[in-house]
Design a protein around this ligand. Structure first.
Ligand SMILES: Nc1ncnc2c1ncn2[C@@H]1O[C@H](COP(=O)(O)OP(=O)(O)OP(=O)(O)O)[C@@H](O)[C@H]1O
Length: 308
């Protein structure tokens, strides 16, 4: 995954004297699912609107495929966008909605394209029901089909899970993973980290217009995993005791003094006792457990209030 297709270089969007997004730096690689996480008003939509060309940055630069995007409309045409409610005609079917757009886009081979797209998002091309009778989840699927109509390289979804019931959330998640498996790069925003945790490969946490953190899926999993953190004088001396006496099989030596233990059955007291019996003094030991939401709240509360 070495192909950087979108790069934000110090991108800022001011609305009068207020920065909706400030100095955003981010690299998005082909095939990633990037979760933009932030509370209401954090700047998620503004960020996605800048990337999709709906809003111009006040300063900074956007690069697509390693070239500056300014003035290059063709770059923005390579993005499929679903921001806010999909603009659908309520009194016609899903198929007819897509047909109108396909005509407007001048697409050839419309019937096959539309049928394929509707099937891809899990809607029946033969369903003649009016879109106004659709559930939220079905409308969201159709919105995604609309976004995919121009065969984009990047799909941008602003809070697509908002307002969906649990079943709808699962279905949209599955759809996103299926689309990603076809090679599509996806940017998706949410105010709930947990909701994106099953799909995103990278997270950008945005707080009051600024990125509080950009973190990979693996890093996030590591930070939120449950473990016992043990600090001793010499980690390598503790390992035989952990393995032989305590039968610990899942552990990681983090540095010369620190070991993380992942076995769930083991208790802190047992570890301290056993190590002490073998003449190894524990400097510190604690159980580390942090939920995704706790992690997110810490990043978005500790940053403090901004003064414009
Ligand atoms: N067109 C605009 N004019 C003036 N201020 C705006 C405009 N659009 C957004 N803002 C302000 O910029 C800030 C970021 O808004 P934005 O919609 O990007 O946040 P968000 O994270 O998407 O929030 P939400 O989840 O509530 O949609 C907010 O303070 C908002 O009021």
């Amino acid at each position: 995954m070495t192909d950087c297709i979108i790069e934000l270089c110090g991108v800022t969007k001011m609305y009068r004297s207020k920065a909706a997004v400030r100095n955003a730096n981010l690299k998005i690689y082909r095939g990633e699912i990037v979760g933009i996480i932030g509370k209401n008003g954090a700047g998620k939509s503004t960020l996605l609107k800048m990337i999709s060309g709906h809003v111009y940055p006040t300063s900074g630069e956007l690069h697509f495929f390693n070239r500056a995007a300014a003035g290059e409309q063709s770059f923005f045409e390579r993005m499929g966008v679903l921001i806010e409610q999909p603009g659908l005609y309520p009194n016609i079917s899903a198929y007819e909605n897509l047909k109108l757009l396909a005509i407007a886009y001048g697409l050839s081979d419309r019937e096959t394209t539309i049928e394929k797209l509707l099937r891809l998002v899990g809607l029946d091309p033969k369903n003649t029901a009016k879109v106004k009778s659709y559930s939220m989840g079905m409308k969201q699927r159709l919105g995604i089909a609309v976004a995919l109509l121009g065969s984009p390289d990047v799909l941008i979804l602003d809070e697509p899970i908002n307002g969906l019931d649990p079943q709808g959330i699962v279905e949209i998640r599955e759809l996103i993973l299926e689309l990603n498996a076809t090679g599509l790069t996806i940017l998706i925003s949410s105010h709930i980290l947990e909701e994106l945790s099953k799909i995103a490969t990278k997270y950008a946490i945005i707080h009051q217009g600024e990125f509080a953190e950009v973190i990979s899926k693996e890093e996030l999993q590591q930070r939120c995993e449950e473990r016992i953190e043990i600090s001793v004088e010499e980690a390598r001396e503790a390992l035989p005791v952990l393995e032989r006496e305590l039968k610990i099989t899942q552990y990681k030596v983090v540095d010369s003094r620190t070991v993380y233990v992942y076995d769930e059955h083991i208790r802190i007291r047992q570890i301290v006792q056993e190590l002490a019996q073998h003449g190894i003094m524990v400097d510190s030991i604690s159980r580390h457990k942090q939920s995704l939401e706790q992690y997110f709240l810490e990043r978005t509360e500790s940053a403090g209030e901004r003064h414009d």
